[in-house]
Design a protein. Structure first.
Length: 466
């Protein structure tokens, strides 16, 4: 061999990406490259002269013997170096070196460090075991959407054998419950590198529809290329069944509540009618007024139940619509045609809990009827303003009039009027604050926090005797 060729050979030998070792016909290691030294974590001085036929690892020694007998020897495993103690996963090919007369002068070993491959295989094994043992159906497709793998849970849930789904597309699960737009959005998300997650209905091999929650993700390699997709699905049949039962139960309860509100409204109308019949043959003006006031109080509560019956919500009342109808009722019952009294309404479009709406309705009724009855003794034009405003969950009710029959020292706390006593009790029920000032008439101001009130908390024994 020329010196030039020998130099080239030596450069290849030293810079080869795998370990290379030479041994003579007696199995003595005579040369090795840097990669071999690095794989074993040793040094050239310690390695040269080792008898490879006497290594503790009999598999290595046997492979060396095969090479020295003219055959190829193979080894794969975790090799522990006798010079460094380092354990390295390796794959080795031993081959004989023959002379021109075909006699064996020694051998060569090509040693590959397979640590990364072993770790990758270990990771893949864990991954495969995890998927295989998962109770959720899982399948993996190639970049064109053809199924390459499905786990046992897929077979259990959908009834297809693994052989029946390999090479097919997920269309075998199509139930017809999703339209083309759904699938277009689904695949566009995956192709763009995003995950697709949601709920859909799949169909089993025997035609049974199963609602599932799915999470499908693109599989992207180290070069950023799509190489497939993985889909994990969970059967949500039990949850969907429970949700349907709850919806049905809520619907039945809503129907029942609507019927209750309807019947309460009707019963209040009957009570109002009975009061009217009772007062028809009475000539006593006080009794007539008492019956009339009781009727409009009942009507103010009946309107609440009527609004609840007509609304989609059975727990909240729209105040704007309610106050408009209540004002119309008060005007019809308490304002005579020849009087000069008008109503002005400034009500926000807001809703409140029914257990706040009823006491508020009675408060508005009492304050408004009180103004209509007592505020306007002169013949000048009267104006009653009802304002309901909301600010940061706080509701402010203002009932004002421009009447002239109240003295400047009027104190609602000292009033013995049944209606005003009722207003104070209802204010406490709302946990509100009530004030009254004389400003060109009377001005009542009620402030309370909007909230989910569960029921009345007033002490009705505080009402004065009548």
């Amino acid at each position: 061999m020329s010196s030039n060729s020998e130099l080239k050979y030596r450069m290849i030998f030293e810079h080869a990406p795998i370990g290379i070792v030479y041994f003579n016909k007696d199995g003595i290691l005579t040369d090795c490259n840097n990669q071999f030294i690095e794989i074993l974590g040793s040094s050239r001085e310690k390695l040269l002269g080792i008898n490879m036929l006497n290594l503790p690892d009999q598999k290595i020694s046997s492979s060396v013997k095969r090479a020295l007998s003219g055959e190829k020897g193979y080894y794969e495993g975790h090799y522990k170096s006798i010079t460094s103690g380092k354990v390295t996963p390796t794959r080795v090919l031993f081959a004989p070196i023959e002379q021109q007369d075909s006699s064996i002068e020694g051998g060569i070993g090509l040693v590959e460090d397979i640590s990364e491959q072993v770790e990758l295989n270990r990771t893949l094994t864990k991954f495969r075991l995890g998927i295989d043992r998962s109770t959720s159906p899982i399948y993996i497709t190639d970049q064109d959407g053809y199924i390459q793998y499905a786990n046992p849970a897929f077979e259990t849930h959908y009834g297809f054998t693994i052989d029946e789904v390999i090479g097919k597309t997920p269309r075998i699960l199509k139930s017809g419950r999703q339209d083309s737009e759904f699938y277009e959005t689904f695949w566009n998300s995956l192709i763009s590198g995003e995950s697709a997650e949601g709920e859909m209905v799949n169909q089993t091999k025997d035609g049974k529809n199963i609602p599932v929650h799915y999470s499908t993700n693109p599989i992207i390699d180290e070069h950023g290329e799509h190489i497939g997709f993985i889909s994990i699905q969970n059967d949500i049949s039990d949850r969907v069944e429970m949700e349907n039962k709850i919806r049905k139960s809520l619907k039945e309860k809503n129907v029942m509540l609507a019927e209750i509100h309807h019947r309460v409204k009707n019963n209040l109308a009957i009570i109002s009618g009975l009061l009217e019949l009772e007062g028809m043959d009475k000539e006593n003006a006080e009794i007539t007024e008492f019956v009339k006031k009781s009727q409009t109080r009942i009507k103010s509560m009946a309107i609440v139940h009527e609004k609840l019956y007509d609304n989609n919500s059975l727990s909240e009342v729209n105040l704007k619509n309610y106050v408009e109808e209540l004002a119309e009722t008060i005007e019809m019952n308490w304002v005579s045609r020849d009087s000069n009294i008008q109503f002005k309404l400034l009500v926000d479009d807001l809703s409140i809990n029914v257990n706040q709406a009823i006491p508020l309705s009675l408060i508005i009724h009492e304050l408004t009827t009180n103004a209509v009855k007592h505020a306007f003794t002169s013949t000048r034009k009267g104006l009653v303003t009802i304002s309901v405003q909301e600010n940061d969950e706080e509701i402010t009710l203002l009932v004002t009039d421009n009447g002239d029959s109240v003295s400047d020292d009027f104190d609602i706390e000292k009033s013995q009027n049944l209606g005003l006593s009722l207003v104070q009790i209802l204010t406490r029920q709302l946990n509100g604050e009530l004030s009254c000032t004389v400003e060109n008439g009377l001005k009542y101001r009620l402030v309370f926090r909007k909230g989910e009130v569960k029921g009345p908390s007033s002490n009705w024994k505080d009402l004065p005797e009548i």
